[in-house]
Design a binder for this molecule. Structure first.
Ligand SMILES: Cc1cc2nc3c(=O)[nH]c(=O)nc-3n(C[C@H](O)[C@H](O)[C@H](O)COP(=O)(O)OP(=O)(O)OC[C@H]3O[C@@H](n4cnc5c(N)ncnc54)[C@H](O)[C@@H]3O)c2cc1C
Length: 378
């Protein structure tokens, strides 16, 4: 069986690993000329770590990441609304939540995949399928035939565009900055996690090698991107007076390395599969980053797809089994992420006060919701 994977992001690379383990001849086509992930930190919850263990990546992940020292939701003044220690998370899920540098995770996955199966600088333009196979067409004129085509080509997926042309990214109403700063982690500190203001949020997590990852959000019209050179000053103004060490983290960040992107997701799809073509990762279920689960879900997808294709010649049945095994869970997390973001971005001070009090009062409910997401083993 030959699988054509479109995209060498975390989803595409994890899929190549899973399919090769399942005995499928998997090849990747990536439009950029090199595998180079910008990005900053990426949280990997126990559900993703268990899936990465199944792909043989457990050791590599442990080596590049550090366990989280606990985390919670705070007000911008630093009052803890709901939180859990790293030890409590470890006890609940059998392992800690870790944060890795996104580029380091992607490089480790790329290293685990044979270099000769990754074709760089080739952009999919479309595909056609018949009873015997599927043929991918690329911008340089080449065509490739296989038994199955997996669209792991991100939120603006060309594969999704052909299968489900009405599905387009939807703007969440807020914009986000991300950065990595030199920062000595304090194991006793309780400020890790996310802090809520009125239409703004700030999140922070320790990284390996004396660094911390942070992100910040603000309600904003779509497309209002602050130019490089002005981002640090803008954020220093926006988060002035927030609890420690937020101002210090922004100050420690190299201006040129601050990323700024608007936040998008897609409306949950009713199907990810048509015949021999299937969607995976953000192309199937791009979600807002509020639960830190987008890449985690792509990794779960990869494991389930590998399992479905192992030892079978029934491609259509295997892809249906993949969809059945994944769609409801990933769509549920997409919707949950969207709702958390909507409430987290509230800006009316009275509504925010009520939100914060309710959050504090409903810690048990939130733990149970988190259990369903992070305590899952694919
Ligand atoms: C601010 C922010 C914070 C986040 N934080 C977290 C987090 O903490 N934890 C977490 O799990 N997730 C997080 N995510 C989500 C995560 O980044 C994504 O879900 C994940 O990277 C999706 O991987 P992917 O491989 O599906 O898509 P992508 O990473 O988008 O990869 C798609 C690949 O396909 C290629 N491609 C596109 N079109 C074509 C084409 N036509 N032909 C060939 N190649 C093509 C692209 O070049 C790209 O390399 C966050 C996202 C954002 C925006």
């Amino acid at each position: 069986m030959k699988a054509i994977i479109i995209g060498a992001g975390i989803g595409g690379l994890a899929t190549a690993l899973a399919l090769r383990q399942a005995g499928v001849d998997a090849v990747i086509y990536e439009r950029t000329g090199e595998i180079r992930e910008v990005g900053a930190g990426l949280s990997l919850w126990p559900n993703a770590i268990k899936a990465l263990n199944k792909l043989g990546m457990g050791e590599a992940i442990r080596a590049m990441s550090i366990p989280q020292l606990g985390g919670g939701i705070h007000t911008k003044r630093g009052e803890l609304l709901v939180g859990q220690s790293g030890e409590a998370l470890r006890q609940r899920y059998g392992m800690p939540v870790v944060v890795a540098h996104r580029a380091e995770l992607q490089a480790a996955l790329a290293q685990a995949v044979p270099a000769d199966i990754v074709h760089l600088g080739v952009q999919l333009t479309g595909f056609e399928q018949d009873a015997d196979g599927i043929m991918a067409r690329f911008a340089d004129g080449q065509t490739v035939r296989g038994d199955v085509l997996i669209g792991a080509d991100g939120i603006k997926s060309a594969v999704r565009g052909q299968l489900f042309p009405t599905s387009t990214p939807r703007y969440a109403g807020y914009t986000a900055w991300r950065g990595v700063a030199a920062f000595a982690s304090d194991p006793e500190a309780t400020y890790w996690g996310e802090s809520w203001g009125h239409g703004e949020r700030f999140g922070l997590a320790p990284l390996s090698n004396g660094r911390a990852y942070w992100f910040a959000t603000q309600n904003a019209p779509e497309g209002k991107i602050i130019p490089v050179g002005e981002r640090k000053a803008y954020l220093q103004q926006l988060f002035r007076g927030w609890h420690d060490p937020i101002e210090q983290l922004i100050a420690n960040t190299d201006e040129a390395a601050i990323l700024h992107n608007d936040i998008y997701d897609i409306a949950p799809l009713k199907s990810w599969v048509q015949g021999r073509a299937a969607l995976l990762g953000d192309s199937a279920h791009a979600m807002t980053p509020n639960l830190g689960q987008g890449a985690c879900q792509a990794i779960e997808d990869a494991v389930v797809l590998g399992r479905a294709l192992r030892g079978t010649t029934d491609v259509l049945g295997a892809l249906r089994a993949y969809e059945t095994g994944r769609l409801e869970r990933a769509n549920g997390i997409l919707t949950q992420s969207q709702r958390i973001g909507m409430v987290g971005q509230w800006s009316n001070p009275a509504a925010c006060w009520v939100r914060d009090r309710l959050t504090k009062a409903s810690a048990g409910l939130q733990t149970r919701q988190l259990d369903r997401v992070a305590g899952y083993e694919v």
